[in-house]
Design a protein around this ligand. Sequence first.
Ligand code: HEC
Ligand code: HEC
Length: 401
Amino acid sequence: MTGLRTTVVTGAVLLLSGTLLAFKQAGIVWTDAQKAQILSLSLDSLPPLPDDPSNGYANDPSAVALGAALFADTRLSQNGKVACASCHLPEKQFQDGKAVGQGIGTGTRRTMPIRGTAYSPWFFWDGRADSQWAQALGPLENPVEHGFDRAAFIQVIAAHYKQPYEATFGPLPDLTGIPAHASPKGTPESVAAWARLRSQEQDRINRVFVNGGKAIAAFERTLQPLPTRFDRYANALRSGAPTEALFTAQEAEGLAIFIGKGNCINCHSGSMLTDNHFHNTGVPAKPDAPDGDRLAATSLVQADAFNCLGAYSDAPSEACSELTYMQADGADLIGAFKPPSLRGVTRRAPFMRSGQIKTIEEVIIHYSAAPPSVTGKSELVPLNLSSRERRALTSFLRTLD
Ligand code: HEC
Ligand code: HEC
């Protein structure tokens, strides 16, 4: 079989030419190897949702319902106006289309889409959280996002979610003596109030806070990627059904570049079109945005009290191999970030971790030129794509919408 071309040829046009890019209207011949790569990107190849042993409530329907409510609740913020859903809008792929997040204040990073993130071992652009529940606790106490604190969080739970909380996690602790605001992070007053608490009180607050995160994570696990025209094309390819009506010749050419000359599949692999690991692609930081990279994040995740090995994780330590065997050091982590999923990407301008690149055409120009990185070393090699190839790649990316 090796060397044989799978023939998916339109009408009467039979392509005998050896070069793949010689096809005209919709006639395209994929090699078996190319076909396997294409199928590996489709939703049909999506593995079952991985377990999250650190979250004992990950698949609990009552935790999902509670998490969905918390995700949309603006009471969990300093000014009563910010919810997770304020930046992660369901109708916008659970992101916001802004260059940087806008909550209580203005952040320095772009809001990430959430569908399918349950497949990732690391969260945030730099991967400084190792579970969805640990991730969720970050924005709640981030001064420019929710600007909230964990003591205030548990008061909201007690006042508005007592019944669903207790049905899922058991009785809420006694709140007498718990101040209105207290957290090891945040304003000087809430840090001081936290320091005055006994360690058992801190632990009680942390438990409820963590359970809130676990409920939100259970909800996020239900946000699965949606099928696209590309998936229909891949399914037709798999079953041998006609593909002409599904993809134009230009889109097919773009797909060939994506899996071939463009090397895109090296990092944007699997059904989510991301390998969920960290790469330097030479996108310079915004001058006004401090740029913590993967190298900086590895010590943050190791020190995080809410990581897989910590007291609030439900996982036995042997289930924390991602964290235990994490690459914590190395020049390749300098200036490295997580590739986002490319599903729906062309509708999410501006692009990159701080919205540095405004249009999808400019993203492709960046990959074609592959400028050297300001920090560390870019993994990209210049592709010198022609304008025709760049247009083809862009039109392929649109099939992922
Ligand atoms: C002010 C806007 C804003 C709010 C509010 C907000 N986020 Fe985010 N979210 C962001 C930004 C910006 C990032 C990327 C931050 C970074 O990497 O430093 C992000 C990243 C994430 C990620 C990581 C996705 C990935 O692929 O790694 C998840 C999951 C997420 N947020 C969920 C939540 C949840 C749950 C809440 C509520 C508890 C929330 N966010 C509140 C803006 C926001
Ligand atoms: C070496 C790994 C690597 C390769 C190869 C690669 N990418 Fe990326 N891609 C990334 C990373 C990492 C980011 C995020 C970088 C950042 O924000 O600083 C990214 C971001 C993107 C984005 C923006 C996503 C968003 O939501 O902001 C697009 C679009 C994209 N890549 C398309 C491509 C295409 C098309 C190719 C092939 C020409 C390609 N990538 C090759 C790693 C890679």
